[in-house]
Ligand binder design. Structure first.
Ligand code: GLC
Length: 564
């Protein structure tokens, strides 16, 4: 628990900042071109060296590691062939223990990605299950007989494109896969399978991990009768999967029971965090149901409605207001902009923005993410202003699982947002600590200017801005625990909101546009505001609120008295 002055203690996942590491491309410690645990250990000080006044650390509180288990790498680590061992290219279990200890020593919590909707088709569980209809694990996956007159047992599709069913000649049956055919879905109705997965969870909790991010956690349960999914009215998505309601293969009541069981298991270990990718048509209200009616499911359900908003104040504010309305009072919201499945926000938003300088968007987005009410989740490199590498040659692509449509010659790849972390201006952006080896994915061409070393040295860099915001957040009761209230209704040009707490009130103003009048000072005290952080106002001084906002200004003001 984190103690705040005179306030109830809050768990670390409510006050802390989580940082997602994509291990394949974060840091390559052994110089073979692929990221690894040694690389992460060697770079921990950058994330948090344990000194709150550090001049070289970002200052995050927890790392979420995308999967590190043994995998045949069909879906870039999200196809697991052994849940209790490390992929040898990443390192060993001993190195994992070393990473855990080194992280804990610096006050960093460690969250593992747990991919338990499906395993790899090379997992021994599946190999055995597929070998006959009467082996001990015959029922550990979702098997169905062919249906006369039908190509597949039902109309369930794969999220990655094509049918969700693949035929297995040895069993003369089909198995279901929500994703790639090499990622067969586990049968959560089978008690032995469930027990085996819970043993996996215990294995990592016993080692000392601080929580999990559950992959595709809304898809565990399937309809026992395998009924067809109804088609959505007027649906026209190129990804045919999205043209169906997933009433029978996602978000079933039984799915919530499974999450409750996993949560109870974590709770038996003390303060452990349960995060989950809710993966339901980007609908925030469905995601929010994953807190559980009694707060007994996920601590932080990840939803995509906010990150996939347009870069427009009104839309973003609507998503925040919606989350404020829907989130139960006992629960903690969370916000992220980027992850390994979507283009980075600067790549998504630069084109639809009024401004041409991505630095202004990066600053505004950072301020929003770190001052809204909720746990912020950063994706590696976002703090540098990393953008997608859209020039990866076809023969260097790693992510080739998505087929989406038979007519599409160049299926979408998620590799653009997964390129190596940019550490410095040396060979391959310092990803392999100066070694000139070909990295897992090509480094973005902008790495000479946009890297940790250069940005730490530049007080005006995006990284310096993130670092300042993170420090401000850590010491602000209003940002950690205060309520959130907008001063505007569906704003067109800028956001202005309050974070209110009995000890302080903060006003956050983020201008998405050029110079314009600042209209909401009627609603709040016109003066007595201390400028805590600003791209344009004199920091540290107590001022009257300005009548005009500067182009793309970001300002955070503090008031210690009454503001209305
Ligand atoms: C989740 C992961 C994604 C992966 C998929 C299948 O959506 O975030 O990267 O491809 O699950 O495991």
């Amino acid at each position: 628990m984190t103690a705040q002055s005179g306030q109830p203690q809050l768990p670390w996942w409510e006050t802390g900042i989580i940082y997602q590491i994509y291990p394949l491309t974060f840091a390559d410690g052994n110089g073979d071109g692929v990221g690894d645990l040694r690389g992460i250990i060697d770079r921990l000080d950058y994330l948090n060296d344990g000194n709150p006044n550090s001049v070289s650390s970002l200052g995050i509180d927890a790392i979420w590691l995308s999967p590190i288990y043994r995998s045949p790498m069909v879906d870039s680590t999200y196809d697991v062939s052994d849940y209790t061992d490390i992929w040898p290219t990443f390192g060993t279990l001993d190195e994992f223990d070393e990473l855990l200890a080194a992280a804990h020593q610096r006050g960093i919590k460690v969250i593992l990605d747990l991919v338990i909707n499906h395993s790899s088709s090379e997992h021994p569980w599946f190999v055995e299950s597929a070998s006959s209809r009467d082996n001990p694990k015959a029922d550990w996956y979702l098997w169905q007989d062919p249906v006369p007159g039908q190509a597949y047992p039902n109309n369930w599709l794969s999220y990655f494109g094509g049918p969700g069913w693949t035929y297995c000649p040895d069993r003369e049956q089909f198995y279901y896969h929500t994703f790639h055919k090499n990622q067969p879905d586990l049968n959560w109705q089978n008690p032995d399978l469930r027990a085996a997965v819970y043993d996996v969870i215990r294995f990592w909790l016993d080692r000392g991990v601080d929580g999990f991010r559950l992959d595709a956690s809304s898809a565990y349960s399937k309809d026992p009768q395998f009924r067809h999914n109804p088609m959505k009215y007027g649906a026209t998505s190129q990804n045919n999967y999205k043209n169906y309601h997933h009433h029978y293969n996602k978000n079933l009541p039984a799915n919530h029971q499974i999450i409750r069981e996993i949560r109870a298991l974590l709770d038996s270990y003390g303060e452990r965090a349960l995060i989950g990718e809710t993966f339901i048509d980007n609908q925030m209200y469905d995601s929010i149901s994953f807190y559980g009616a009694k707060g007994d499911e996920l601590h932080l359900p990840l939803e995509f409605e906010f990150p996939l908003c347009a870069w427009f104040p009104g839309d973003l504010q609507r998503a925040i207001e919606k989350k404020e309305r829907l989130t139960p009072t006992f629960a903690q919201p969370n916000y992220f902009l980027d992850n390994h499945d979507i283009p980075r926000h600067l790549s998504r938003w630069v084109e639809c923005s009024l401004c041409i300088d991505p630095v202004t968007i990066a600053r505004a987005a950072a301020a929003l993410l770190l001052t809204v009410r909720g746990t912020p989740i950063l994706y590696y490199g976002q703090e540098l202003g990393m953008v997608d590498n859209d020039d990866i040659p076809q023969d260097r692509l790693r992510d080739q699982v998505i087929v989406i449509s038979d007519t599409d010659d160049t299926p979408p790849s998620r590799d653009g947002s997964r390129t190596p972390m940019q550490w410095d201006a040396s060979a391959q952006a310092g990803f392999s600590f100066g070694k000139q080896v070909e990295p897992w994915l090509p480094v973005h061409a902008n790495y000479k200017d946009l890297n940790v070393e250069a940005e730490l040295a530049d007080p005006d860099s995006i990284l310096s801005f993130y670092r300042r915001l993170i420090r401000l957040r850590r010491n602000s009761p209003a940002l950690l625990q205060g309520s959130w209230r907008s001063l505007l209704h569906y704003p067109l040009e800028y956001l202005a909101y309050l974070r209110e707490h009995e000890d302080e009130t903060l006003l956050v103003v983020i201008n998405f546009s050029y110079e314009q009048p600042f209209d909401c000072d009627d609603a709040i005290a016109p003066d007595g505001w201390e400028v805590l952080l600003s791209t344009d106002q004199p920091e540290g001084q107590t001022v009257a609120l300005p009548k005009t906002l500067q182009p793309f200004e970001v300002s955070i003001y503090q008031h210690s008295g009454a503001t209305q």
